[in-house]
Design a protein around this ligand. Structure first.
Ligand code: UDP
Length: 317
């Protein structure tokens, strides 16, 4: 099996490539290294340096005996998407059209796509299952919904089978230390905590402690990146077995508050973590927790990492 991993030098992509190689598959990374890292490339994988907006290059990469595509390359910062929608429209929407057109032209029929819990917007109930209404409240979330809808049409009209994996809060790093390149400009909780622990930031700002949750801080479902990577390989195998297109939530179903993440960090490091309470961040739902029953029953996926302490440990290693 030969898999083209678009965005394979990035955070989740590099873990997916590792998982593919560990399972004996061939992987070719297509990445423009705009946010990914050269040091995240594995010697055992092929590499094409290219932008998804470069359609001819993408099509050529697709014609190299590829059986399946994992498509991760996209802009992913919620705040930035509200300030610069043009950038997100271009990268995510035109990028998706290019990936699908290149697949249609090269007759590649299996696609695993990085989607996000951001497609749901403000949750109406939780745990959130895949039937929850799609009501994105950020332009980023809107692009993910539209990318999923494009895939639906290419399935109907071109027979491209897809699996959209809606990640909840991806966190942690490969426990064996295989992935060296970190986010250059971290915006998410765990990489920010790492910077505080490393002394690169003075303190963790906790955005809001007046939510209706057990300690007033937001509840999220942190899912380990190696568990996410394993789900991609299961999804590819499922599609190559001829199963229909599908959408899966990927989360642990365990809700953890920001304060509990801070406490887990203190347990792991044995040191106090300096925190400061700051106002709520606009657009943050109080609680985001996944139902992963569908992924468990139809994909055979079960997250290995269920303790936030274990996840934090791999983030800080
Ligand atoms: N958060 C925080 N301080 C930070 C970064 C994040 O308190 O410096 C909180 C944020 O408000 C949210 C949770 O941590 O409740 C996870 O945020 P993140 O940006 O990692 O992911 P999101 O849930 O927004 O996708």
């Amino acid at each position: 099996m030969k898999v083209l991993v678009i965005g394979g030098a990035g955070y989740i992509g590099s873990h997916v490539v590792k998982e593919l190689l560990d399972r004996g598959a061939q992987a070719v990374v297509y990445d423009d290294l705009s946010s990914g890292h050269k040091i995240n490339l594995f010697p055992g994988a092929g590499f094409v340096e290219g932008d998804i907006l470069d359609y001819p290059k993408l099509k050529t990469a697709m014609e190299d005996g590829i059986d399946a595509v994992v498509y991760l390359a996209a802009k992913k910062a919620v705040g930035e998407s509200m300030e610069n929608p043009e950038l997100y429209a271009e990268n995510n929407l035109i990028g998706a059209v290019n990936v699908l057109n290149a697949m249609a032209k090269s007759n590649v029929k299996a696609l695993v796509f990085s989607s996000s819990a951001a497609v749901y917007g403000m949750p109406e109930y939780w745990p959130i299952d895949e039937e929850h209404p799609l009501n994105p409240i950020s332009f980023y979330g809107f692009t993910k919904v539209e990318m999923e809808r494009l895939m639906e049409w290419y399935d109907r009209l071109r027979g491209i089978k897809y699996t959209a994996l809606r990640y909840f809060n991806a966190a942690g790093y490969d426990a064996g230390g295989a992935i060296k390149g970190r986010d250059r400009n971290p915006q998410n909780l765990l990489p920010i905590i790492r910077e505080v622990v490393d002394g690169k930031r003075e303190c963790l700002q906790i955005f809001g402690n007046d939510y209706e949750t057990r300690d007033g801080t937001c509840v999220r479902d942190y899912v380990h990146v190696s568990d996410l990577a394993a789900a991609h390989v299961l999804a590819i195998n499922r599609l190559l077995e001829g199963k229909p297109s599908a959408v899966f939530n990927l989360g642990t179903t365990n809700g953890v508050t920001v304060q509990e993440v801070a406490a887990a960090t203190e347990k792991v490091t044995g040191k106090p973590l300096p925190v400061r309470y700051a106002p709520r961040r606009p657009g943050d739902p109080a609680v985001l927790v996944a139902s992963n029953r569908k992924a468990e029953t139809e994909l055979g996926w079960k997250p290995v990492y269920t303790s936030i302490e274990d996840i934090v440990r791999t983030e800080l290693a």
